[in-house]
Design a protein around this ligand. Structure first.
Ligand code: ATP
Length: 289
């Protein structure tokens, strides 16, 4: 269990990137959802001990991480948002190199671990190719392979599915879900379905604050019977936005379709729909704004 309490972090430019964040993160896949600039990467870097908070505490399995960052680093696998690779070096060589850096000095043990991870991430057949020449999806799978070196008990992955095609995204998320059966995995994303489909627990954050935390389904259930949908004309869209709590608006067949939040029937033409996590996300962001 990872326990965060009252984490504050203000950068030198005055941005309050984490603002009193408290979360309990158990074994399993934990989704961290939020818009650009919400503070997801800042929070992840703080947990990964790459930066220190101004105040607050972090405990991992009872160990005080801020007092003893080395203890956490030994158990940590981290895939940052921008993951650089050395050009021309093969996946096999590079992973072996990272394994040495991680302190896996025993040759036999290292070979077994590196080869096992290349199989696990489906990169075995491409192991002699330069990582530089990999597709985006392959590169992310390589990124998770390096994060898993040394059998970490806490894995942090920062927006790993951005830019992946649906096939690669599924493959990557399935890999994470399997890892999450044994260890704590924190996944940050803008993609709401990634969290609904895969994460037993999640938090939505914006402007450095936790807006909601817990099980996705429990958050969705709070909107039961309160989400309505209808098509409107371009000309009346602004008027609806004034009069209703509009959660989202998208063009369907060239015509705006809006979803609104209302605990009572909002009026003619609205049909009640099953809420989803995106509705929760937009309602919470709206309320916070
Ligand atoms: N090193 C830094 N110095 C100053 N401000 C920073 C620094 N890193 C991030 N910020 C600011 O802190 C806020 C939170 O940024 P952060 O990158 O943590 O958000 P995020 O949720 O990960 O966003 P994104 O989804 O765009 O990656 C933003 O306003 C950002 O501009």
């Amino acid at each position: 269990m990872l326990t965060l309490r009252h984490l504050h972090k203000t950068y030198a430019n005055g941005v309050h990137a984490t603002n009193d964040i408290s979360l309990d993160i158990p074994t399993g896949l934990f989704g961290l959802l939020g818009p650009n600039g919400a503070g997801k990467s800042s929070l992840m870097r703080t947990i990964a001990t790459l930066q220190t908070p101004d105040s607050g505490s972090i405990h991992f399995d009872g160990v005080d991480v801020l007092q003893n960052p080395q203890a956490l680093r030994r158990q940590l696998g981290y895939l940052p948002q921008d993951f650089g690779v050395y050009p021309k070096v093969s996946a096999l060589e590079l992973l072996n190199h990272f394994a040495v850096l991680k302190g896996i000095t025993q040759r036999g043990e290292r070979k077994e671990m590196v080869e096992g991870l290349l199989h696990q991430t489906n990169l075995w057949d491409a192991r002699h190719r330069a990582v530089h020449s990999y597709s985006g999806g392959m590169r992310q799978r390589f990124g998770i392979a390096q994060a898993l070196l040394g059998a970490p008990r806490l894995v942090i992955v920062d927006e790993p599915t951005a830019g992946l095609d649906p096939d690669e995204r599924n493959r990557f998320l399935n890999l994470l879900a399997r890892i999450g059966e044994q260890v704590v995995v924190i996944l940050s994303t803008h993609i709401v379905e990634d969290v609904t489909d895969l994460c037993p627990r999640m938090a939505i954050i914006a402007a450095g604050r936790v807006l909601v935390a817990g099980e996705p389904q429990a958050a969705i259930d709070t909107l039961r019977d309160s989400v309505w949908r209808r098509s409107v004309s371009e000309a009346t869209l602004a008027d609806y936005q004034q009069r209703y709590t509009v959660l989202s608006s998208r063009l369907v067949g060239g015509k705006p379709q809006i979803k609104v939040y209302s605990t009572t029937q909002p009026g003619d033409g609205f049909a009640r729909v099953e809420p989803d996590l995106e509705d929760v996300y937009f309602l919470k962001l709206r309320a916070a704004a």
